[in-house]
Write a protein that binds this ligand. Structure first.
Ligand SMILES: Cc1ncc(COP(=O)(O)O)c(C=O)c1O
Length: 329
């Protein structure tokens, strides 16, 4: 594995870099290579470029308007985890914004696998983007005739391992999750300013993550993670209609709860429910499953990651290492 760089995504004071590269692409300025890979190969529209030469036009509407879609995908132990689900969600996002992905899904599968092979990785993270493509300065997407596909492989550990052991802190932010009538959070679009605004609030408050509410004042999700709480042995998470992304890790938690015989359900959740929860955790491809031990200054449960969270994490890790689309066949 060509992991060489140690770059930091999050609060450096809390999340010290490990031997593994620690990356949340595009949040902080950091030493190159940003992918954490020496001599990284980045896929753009069928060709591979070095990190320094991987460039897009300033007239791409992905840059000018955040007009495009993306997926964050992990691979473990030589297999891509839940690749099919990620590609189906990418195609759903594309359909919703009338963007035609310029290749069939099986070619995209092969492009993702080949990008990983080119970077000689067995474990890591893929950022897959489809931009609207080059247009003029007007926002009309009809100007953009050729969407671009970009695939970046990186090494990633979102948080320091201490965070997984001890749990993280969240604060409720004033920035509301986008109203689905304005921009549906179910579309994983390149326009993440809503989430970035929330993340800025968490940074300013010295918290690890921001809890985002919807217009009704119910919990939607965190800036890049779904939220779960546990009360009296049952797991609850906000419904998609509350403004949560249909997270792939979220769906895995439903599978795991089924296997473990733990009751799990979607429900509207308030801040109060979070404060009085026995346990709380966040899920996301990049973050995986991470316990929350403090919300708005209130300790959750006994302020340590709880037993259901721990069992869910253990089963999740087993699944990530045992299943997936083989990269090297
Ligand atoms: C806003 C948002 N919510 C939730 C998630 C978690 O989704 P998944 O588990 O599919 O990565 C993500 C990350 O993709 C996200 O960006």
């Amino acid at each position: 594995m060509k992991t060489t760089d140690t770059t930091v995504l999050d609060e450096p004071k809390i999340h010290e870099p490990t031997d593994q590269a620690v990356i949340e692409p595009a949040i902080e300025s950091r030493p190159r290579p940003a992918t954490g890979i020496k001599e990284a190969k980045i896929y753009i529209d069928g060709k591979f470029y070095s990190e320094a030469n991987a460039k897009v036009s300033v007239l791409d509407h992905g840059l000018l308007y955040g007009d495009g879609i993306f997926e964050g995908i992990r691979f473990y132990n030589g297999r891509v985890f839940r690749l099919e689900e990620h590609l189906h969600r990418l195609w759903d996002s594309a359909r919703s914004i009338c963007l035609e992905i310029p290749m069939p899904m099986r070619d995209m599968t092969e492009a993702v696998l080949e990008t990983i092979r080119q970077n000689h990785l067995r474990d890591g993270y893929i950022r897959l983007l489809v931009t609207r493509g080059i247009g003029n300065l007007g926002l009309n997407p009809a100007q953009c005739k050729h969407p671009s596909v970009i695939i970046i492989a990186a090494t990633i550990a979102l948080y320091h391992e201490n965070i997984y052991r001890k749990g993280l802190t969240i604060v409720t932010c004033a920035t509301r999750r986008s109203n689905p009538a304005a921009l549906n959070p179910a579309v994983k679009s390149l326009n993440y300013l809503n989430n970035v605004m929330a993340r800025i609030e968490a940074n300013l408050a010295g918290a690890d993550e921001a809890l985002m509410l919807n217009d009704a004042g119910n919990v939607a999700e965190c800036t890049a993670d779904n939220v779960f709480i546990i009360k009296r042995g049952q797991i609850f998470t906000p419904p998609i209609t509350a403004g949560a992304l249909r997270g792939i890790t979220r769906s895995i938690v439903f599978e795991i709860a089924g296997e473990l015989g733990i009751k799990i359900m979607e429900a509207d959740i308030t801040r109060h429910d979070v404060f009085i929860a026995d346990e709380c955790f966040l899920t996301g491809t990049a973050a995986e499953i991470v316990p929350v031990v403090k919300a708005d200054g209130r300790l959750i449960g006994n302020s340590k990651p709880g037993p259901i969270t721990a069992r869910t994490i253990a089963r999740f890790h087993a699944m990530t290492h045992e299943t997936g689309t083989p990269i090297f066949v």
